[in-house]
Design a binder for this molecule. Structure first.
Ligand code: NAD
Length: 263
């Protein structure tokens, strides 16, 4: 029987990209999954129907805009109700990106990025932890980025939020260090998802090159492997962090980046 059987996992931004791969993998390992996102109910339900059919677990979609703390409170209450009073696994994956020099950086985008990429995790963690503590087990995995470990021009907000998320991860890991609750971060390099495709398109437009050339430029120059990290590989890392073997992994910020941070 799978270790995760009957665990309930909430994955923010779980309806696409890395989050969807994580939801599918945890479902494959037996967890009941709750996906959050900003897609329509119909789109979210379609993803959940597919997961339930493929893996034989229950899958729920809860639409909530993580920029709004009141919506996060509602999301957590609904997710914990589905989980019989709590969620066992919390994956803070939702995120957004915008690149621009700091002088031109739109203030509303800065505020949105802080809210989605950082503050939302503060809220979900503070709301999920009490039930994890009373159940005596929990796994919190925050999807940070190599941008949480190093800087890049044009990414002031993204760098700030992802560094902040790793700081939050360490602090929560220490606050739960004597329990069977762990909190860790994963730092992906480039993975081919909508978030990156938008950056490829922007680069193509800026440089007047086609999408293929822009992809090559983005990946080959910056990721030593010369290829994308696969979302399923990132999901496998999350699954390991949720396993009993990972019990003493605490406050880590694990990279999976094709060698980028080795440079
Ligand atoms: P994606 O665009 O497919 O996923 C982002 C998810 O966040 C979507 O499901 C979206 O619904 C959700 N989201 C966005 N705004 C939201 C809001 N206001 N409220 C609720 N949900 C919201 O992109 P992805 O690449 O799968 O990104 C997932 C995570 O991985 C992000 O945190 C991103 O920063 C991180 N990441 C991605 C890469 C990469 O190369 N793709 C690299 C490093 C880190």
């Amino acid at each position: 029987m799978s270790e995760l059987k009957e665990r309930v996992a909430l994955i923010t931004g779980g309806n696409s990209g890395i989050g969807l791969a994580i939801a599918q993998r945890l479902a494959e390992d037996g967890a009941r999954v709750v996906l959050n996102g900003i897609a329509t109910e119909a789109e979210g339900q379609a993803v959940c129907t597919d997961i339930a059919a493929r893996f034989g677990v229950s899958a729920h979609y809860l639409k909530a805009d993580l920029r709004d703390p009141a919506q996060i409170e509602r999301l957590m209450a609904q997710a914990q109700q589905i989980g019989g009073g709590g969620v066992d696994i919390l994956v803070n994956n939702a995120g957004m990106q915008h690149t621009s020099g700091i002088e031109q950086f739109p203030v509303d985008v800065w505020n949105d990025m802080l809210a989605i990429n950082l503050s939302a995790s503060f809220h979900t963690i503070r709301l999920a932890l009490p039930a994890m503590r009373s159940r005596g087990w929990g796994r919190i995995v925050n999807i940070a980025s190599i941008s949480g470990l190093r800087g890049r021009a044009g990414k002031s907000a993204y760098n700030a939020t992802k560094h902040g998320l790793i700081g939050l991860t360490k602090s929560v890991a220490l606050e739960t260090a004597t329990t069977d609750i762990t909190c860790n971060a994963i730092c992906p390099g480039w993975a081919q998802t909508a978030l990156v495709e938008r950056q490829v398109e922007a680069l193509a437009l800026r440089e007047g090159i086609d999408i293929e050339a822009a992809t090559r430029q983005l990946i080959s120059l910056r990721q030593p492997s010369g290829r994308f990290v696969q979302t399923g590989q990132l999901a496998a890392m999350v699954a390991f962090l949720c396993s009993d073997d990972a019990q003493e992994v605490r406050g880590a910020a694990w990279t999976m980046d094709g060698g980028t941070t080795a440079l």
